[in-house]
Design a protein. Sequence first.
Length: 157
Amino acid sequence: MGRRVEAVHGPGETGGGAAGDRGAPAPPDAASEAAVAAHVAVLRRQYALLAQAGRGGPVVRGPEMLWCFLEAALAQSRGERLTHKDLQAHCAGALSPATLSRALADAVARGYLLQSPAPEDSRVKLITPSEGGMRFLAEQAPAAVEELRQILSPARR
């Protein structure tokens, strides 16, 4: 007996009918559209921030560096401490240890983050945002929050 082969279909594909006879996709609901728009807005803002951070030139490991900074800013705002090991856990293995270390070093070198030894164990490095990094974030935050508020407000209706 031969093996049965099952077709794998993407979202909205049924596998029936003639080739190309799939019909128009359903329009997204307000929440889905808002989620997509918010992700796009955040990514666009991220790239704009990276362009500013790089002062016109490309930033190697830029998204990773920005993520490290934002994690540190979030931890500080919550009154939590953040270490290199914490960042490794937060990224759930999506970044290699070497990439994470380089991104942290880049953020420190560019003046966005500070690293200091933990009082209980000098081998553990505490990661905190610098004053300059927090000033930069404060300059960008109002426009970013307003943009997201406008994008997400139709989804609440």
